[in-house]
Write a new protein. Structure first.
Length: 280
């Protein structure tokens, strides 16, 4: 501290320092600015090249992010070297700092490894609809440390790659076909065969529902208040939600037309009043 006070109290020493190190500092700043500009151009060029060659979208974002980080790290090392710091000393300091940072950011390194595993084994890709870590959405990006999902209601969910790669993930977009399941309850006094015919009639009118595999309707449960009919149909994955909502509305309307009830839970309460003993 005293040394710095001594330097700044003497204008000649300040001028000497500027002459000695000013050129290096100016050159380092210019190198940093130009280097960041070049890195931006390289990253932008990579993105255009990947898009032109229709490169795997999942791998695109990962490689672009990784390339940007590596190039910026190399640029920082070059700039520090230009300032007169010895490379061996800088590498030793960098290694020590890297060890400390690595221990502090062990979870982040796990996320990096998870991102690599996701890209290698491809449990999902950009555009797939998945459920992972309790969240569901369409995969928008697979970055170095995180996977970004878009939900149907336009929310952005950022999931760390480590837990995503180590825990279970449901991918709804892998198979071209999906089975849509329904359960319709009817009253105990209603005709089961008639109810099944009504449901099958609704199914046959919907062209989105596939004939093969064949639809299925059957009794799955005798509940406290209703006889439950399970209905299983197959459709293209893209039609899943439209069929899911349309079928329930249409079946309810057809049940109303055909006089088939959809009961709700009921409880019968019986009151017993004890007889009063006659006076003797």
């Amino acid at each position: 501290m005293e040394k710095f006070k001594e330097w700044f109290s003497n204008p000649e020493q300040i001028l000497e320092l500027l002459i000695k190190y000013g050129g290096q500092l100016l050159l380092a700043i210019i190198t940093l600015i130009i280097g960041l500009w070049i890195i931006g151009k390289i990253v932008k060029g990579m993105r255009k090249m990947f898009e032109a060659r229709k490169f795997d979208a999942s791998l695109q974002s990962f490689l672009i992010s990784l390339t940007g980080i590596v190039l910026k790290l190399m640029l920082v090392i070059s700039v520090v070297t230009m300032l007169g710091v010895e490379m061996t000393s800088f590498i030793a300091i960098l290694a020590a700092a890297g060890l400390a940072i690595g221990m502090a950011l062990s979870g982040t390194l796990q996320n990096f490894a998870g991102g690599v595993m996701i890209l290698i084994f491809k449990p999902f890709k950009i555009g797939d609809y998945i459920t992972s870590e309790g969240h569901s959405g369409t995969v928008k990006e697979i970055q170095i440390f995180h996977t970004i999902l878009n939900t149907p209601d336009k929310k952005t969910i950022i999931l760390p790659n480590g837990p995503v790669s180590n825990n279970s993930t449901v991918n709804y977009s892998t198979e071209p076909l999906r089975r849509v399941d329904f359960t319709f309850g009817i009253g105990y006094n209603d005709d089961i065969d008639k109810a099944k015919q009504v449901i099958m009639g609704v199914i046959e009118k919907d062209e989105r529902i596939l004939k093969d595999p064949a639809p299925f309707v059957g009794v799955i449960n005798l509940g406290d208040s209703s006889v439950d009919l399970v209905t299983r149909v197959w459709a293209n994955a893209g039609d899943y939600w439209d069929i899911f909502f349309d079928m329930q509305e249409t079946v309810k309307k057809e049940f109303d037309r055909q006089g088939i009830s959809i009961p709700f839970p009921q409880t019968d309460v019986h009151l017993y009043q004890p007889k009063q003993q006659s006076e003797s």
